[in-house]
Design a protein around this ligand. Sequence first.
Ligand code: FEO
Length: 388
Amino acid sequence: MKEIKNNIYYCGLNDSERPLFDELIPLEHGTTYNSYLIKGSEKTAIVDTMYPPKIEEYIENLKANNIIKVDYIIANHGEQDHSGAIPKLLELFPEATVITNAICKNNLMSMLFIPEEKIQVVKTNDEILLGDKTLRFITAPGVHWPDTMFTYAVEDNVIFTCDFLGAHKTFDNPFADESEDLISSAKRYYAEIMMPFRNFCHKYTKMIKEMNVDMICPSHGPIYKNPEFILNLYEDWSSEEAKNLVVIPYVSMYGSTLELVNYLEKKLTENKINAKKFDIVNGDLGEYAMNLVDAKTIIIGASMVVMGPHPNAYSAAYLTSVLNPKAKYLSVVGSYGWGGKLVEKLTEPFANSKIEILEPVLVKGRAKEDDFINLDNLVKTIIEKHKG
Ligand code: FEO
């Protein structure tokens, strides 16, 4: 445990072994499950707890630090990487009350069988007193579950934002080093966990900026003693402003689609548009997701399998639509043997999106002269769309 401010202690754990988060995004630098212990003059609270495989280590750590009384267990969010240790804590501290909002209460009861009588429901601006410390609650649905809330330590001007403003990065020193590595970890985290809720991210970034807090304590990754650092990044990432970037996720079985992708990447780059291709079969989906944070245009490159896109291309299209990037334009390029619904299938996940579909380029077998003219026309359209 480490005191991070005036009787507020970090009591979370590193997890450098976990390869994937949500069985989806590779964890380059591991992650942490942050838990905080707040000692008031009369009462003690724990804000967020622990991921199930780490519960034993977490409890041992609390015992080793002589934590013998906990009055409140605050669940800012029901997902088990933070609420997983609540049942064990209630065994250890049977007098403790679980504090959470109404939506999270239902999640805790259904996912962890926490008895209803152990839970006290709070709403925005409700407070609990620990003696010389006041904890105020702010429900924040949408960043990233409907049950998310923030806890604000009033006298210390510290906010506990749960998953919001987090990063997948282990540490020895819990305070953010503001390095490029941290920016990259926070962006990878934002891309998967928060980007689907971009508008809510924008709203709560603004709200926390206006609160002028001294410290931001998220539930993954380091603590921000300089809140502007992470808030400015979120302000940019969650804004409507896309950058001059085209991302090209692709799968190519015999190289014909890759030839189209390489041609597009080269022509766009020659025209001063950043273009990055991503191998979606063997590549790092996290790297792709991070680039989606900024991209203005997405071009999906796919081979046909039987009568539709290669399944990995369909999966990439679906993932892209779920991540809800700010990109304004989408196109498809690909190669086929005898036809099928390549474009229809790959644009289907975007049916309810405002993204504009640019003329696709489909090629029978290898690209021929006319096909390169069609690719040139797609490049010209993108140059026009990216102007300004
Ligand atoms: Fe880190 Fe939504 O749990």
